[in-house]
Design a protein around this ligand. Structure first.
Ligand code: OAD
Length: 248
């Protein structure tokens, strides 16, 4: 296998998924013990599911909030924060995770492609998303204060991108702008801890390859889109990343 060498001139884009937080104790979505085994996606992570049973959806995300409050970043998260410190604007991290562990490890510029557990927004009005780590269930389903002040009722919802919903265009634009800059330099694309099953995140490697990137997959097992990567490192990110990401 080739050795990855990252020097001061490299432009590095990193996409992370649930696998990077697995060693912190947060379950992944797919595979044995994965979240989607016991919680059907369409019930808890789709706009239709929320309309049908908002209490079930809020219970699911409240459980995620409660669990995420108890965990800490692992060496994989810290290795990425260190790399950002070294490379500055030549580094960009996009995560599919909603747990906030990258920020807790010190990563500053993090694109949260699928939203965040730590904000809520109104399911109806245009009030901007706001910080919220509260736990809700059927007895205290949250209403929107702004709608209420107009004499209307609307439920708050988690600030998460659900299946069937669009990703924020400013996030996709920021990724594209980074790719556009990186293509003129030594461009390294890394996907870490992601099964490659969910687009558009899973398609970023193809875009990067088309722009001449050196592409790396670091995952506990082969990914669905694994064939798109020039290099694959099978292993746990918390064990592999601290040495793999050291500058040469
Ligand atoms: P998945 O659960 O689909 O995949 C996690 C991947 O991480 C698997 O391929 C595991 O083999 C790997 N893995 C597990 N432990 C690891 C470790 N310690 N080190 C490295 N790899 C490890 O999670 P995602 O690919 O992130 O979306 O899923 C993508 C999206 O699907 C999620 O953001 C979520 C989900 O439905 C929404 O909820 C919108």
């Amino acid at each position: 296998m080739r050795r990855l060498s990252i020097d001061k001139r490299a432009h590095v884009f990193v996409l992370t998924g649930a696998g990077i937080s697995a060693e912190s104790g947060i379950p992944t979505f797919r595979g044995s013990g994965g979240l989607w085994e016991n919680h059907p996606v369409e019930q808890v992570a789709s706009p239709q599911g929320f309309i049908q049973d908002p209490a079930l959806v809020w219970r699911f995300y409240s459980e995620r909030r409660a669990a995420a409050k108890l965990v800490k970043p692992n060496p994989g998260h810290f290795a990425l924060a260190r790399l950002e410190e070294e490379l500055g604007e030549q580094f960009l991290l996009a995560t599919q995770n909603i747990d906030g562990l990258h920020q807790m490890a010190g990563s500053r510029k993090v694109i949260e492609m699928h939203g965040t557990l730590w904000k809520s927004r109104c399911s109806r009005c245009d009030r901007p998303p706001f910080a919220d780590d509260a736990i809700y269930d059927s007895k205290n389903l949250p209403g929107c204060a702004q709608c209420q002040s107009r004499g209307e009722f609307a439920l708050l919802r988690p600030h998460i991108v659900w299946f069937g919903e669009m990703l924020a265009s400013e996030n996709l634009d920021a990724i594209e702008a980074f790719f556009e800059r990186a293509r003129h330099h030594r461009f390294i694309f890394m996907a870490i801890g992601t099964s490659g099953r969910v687009s558009p995140a899973s398609l970023l490697v193809d875009k990067a390859n088309a722009l001449g990137a050196d592409s790396w997959l670091i995952n506990a097992e082969e990914a669905t889109n694994g064939g798109a990567f020039e290099n694959t490192v099978i292993g746990k990110s918390g064990e592999v990343l601290p040495s793999l990401l050291a500058l040469t």
